[in-house]
Design a binder for this molecule. Structure first.
Ligand SMILES: Nc1ncnc2c1ncn2[C@@H]1O[C@H](COP(=O)(O)OP(=O)(O)O)[C@@H](O)[C@H]1O
Ligand SMILES: [Mg+2]
Length: 361
């Protein structure tokens, strides 16, 4: 056996979610041969136990058949994340596989809360994750992550660059790390846009599977700057169940659609309140996110309850996914992270690439 033969063999094994072989997907992560004992580590889009156990059998059977001389075949899985299809045009975030805007039409619906907890949940799932606070006028990341240190500086070529602050497994950058929060609000539009550009160009992000953007509310300059500077993988729209919030979320979705950024999913936040008797109380109305999801053919990635611990953990600088990983709310965020990975991978391997379209226009 040699690596070449092993690769040939593994190109007959099909990844269960993406229905393509592991080698083509770039999901062959590691091979170790110890005498007659082979261990291969592969990436997979879904780490849930039934999927993994069937995939293990499938791969092991192929390997055992092709290499009968082996005494033992071990197949291990880690999360596999594909790269957004290249538009051919080089852009500034070349080490970043996928970029996702967490957006909504309206303020106060929980974009930052979702962005922060999704970033932590993605990192915990094994994805290298970064988070840019694109809400230049009202940054939330410093408080929600409990960061009050300044980013480091490094020399790259003849340029000084910023090092992201790393916390809870996530690389972070926020205007709040550089300035007092109060000064940010007096900025004018072009200044905010150029600050966001700097966060992409002058920060050493390194290799990332996901870079999330916690967006300001609305459909203004920052949204435009972002979609024009990099080919975004997609947007995740956060809404609350009220009609007014849903109407604004629709505006957000339509705006991204217009600049050819696909919406990867909708998250309904503050969906319900769990009463003392355990019953769900849909205080703001029920089914709005679901309805919007079917209307636009976009996946509903999750429904997050209104609960004091989400607010408290955010205010105290240790988000719920980090502070209380066993709580059911953290499980909801883990499910959203798992679905986000699947949606992104499915989109990246599908034949049509929307980011190609944006370049041709
Ligand atoms: N599901 C939730 N349950 C309880 N409080 C929440 C929830 N989602 C957000 N919040 C709180 O609502 C406020 C606004 O949320 P935030 O994430 O800052 O919204 P946005 O970024 O859309 O303006 C924050 O104080 C946050 O802690
Ligand atoms: Mg916010």
């Amino acid at each position: 056996m040699n690596e070449e033969k092993l690769k040939n063999s593994l190109s007959k094994a099909v990844e269960p979610v993406l229905k393509k072989d592991y080698v083509t997907l770039g999901f062959l992560k590691n091979i170790s041969l110890n005498g007659k004992k082979l261990t291969v580590t592969l990436g997979i889009s879904d780490l849930s136990s039934e999927i993994v156990s069937a995939a293990k059998d499938h791969v092991a059977n192929i390997l055992k058949k092709d290499f009968p001389e082996l005494h033992e075949v071990n197949v291990k899985f880690v999360i596999g994340i594909t790269q957004q299809k290249s538009s051919g045009k080089k852009h500034t975030l070349s080490g970043v596989k996928n970029t996702i805007a967490i957006a909504s039409g309206k303020g106060g619906v929980g974009k930052s809360t979702v962005a922060v907890n999704l970033a932590i949940a993605l990192a915990k799932a094994g994805a290298k994750t970064g988070l840019i606070d694109a809400d230049i006028y009202g940054p939330s990341i410093p408080i929600m992550f409990g960061v009050n240190q300044k980013p480091g500086l490094v020399q790259e070529g003849d340029k000084n660059k910023l090092l992201p602050v790393e916390k809870f497994g996530v690389k972070l950058m926020s205007i709040g790390f550089l300035l007092e929060q109060e000064t940010a609000v007096v900025w004018r539009g072009p200044m905010a846009s150029s600050a966001l550009k700097q966060f992409m160009e002058d920060v050493v992000w390194g290799e990332l599977d996901f870079l999330l953007f916690d967006m300001p509310p609305g459909t203004g300059d920052i949204q435009l700057t972002l979609s024009q500077t990099i080919p975004l993988t997609g947007a995740i729209i956060v809404t609350t169940p009220q009609d007014i919030s849903l109407a604004d979320a629709r505006k957000g979705l339509i705006m991204f659609d217009r600049v050819k950024v696909p919406t990867m999913g909708i998250i309904e936040n503050m969906s319900y309140y769990v009463n003392a008797d355990g019953k769900k109380d849909y205080i703001f109305g029920q089914g709005g996110g679901m309805k919007m999801s079917s209307e636009y053919g976009v996946k509903l990635l999750g429904e997050i309850p209104l609960t004091g611990i989400i607010r408290k953990c955010g205010d105290e600088g240790i988000p719920v996914t980090e502070n209380m990983p066993d709580d059911y709310v953290s499980q909801i965020f883990r499910n959203i992270a798992a679905d986000t990975i699947k949606e992104v991978n499915l989109k990246n391997v599908s034949s049509k690439s929307e980011s190609d379209v944006i370049i041709e226009i």
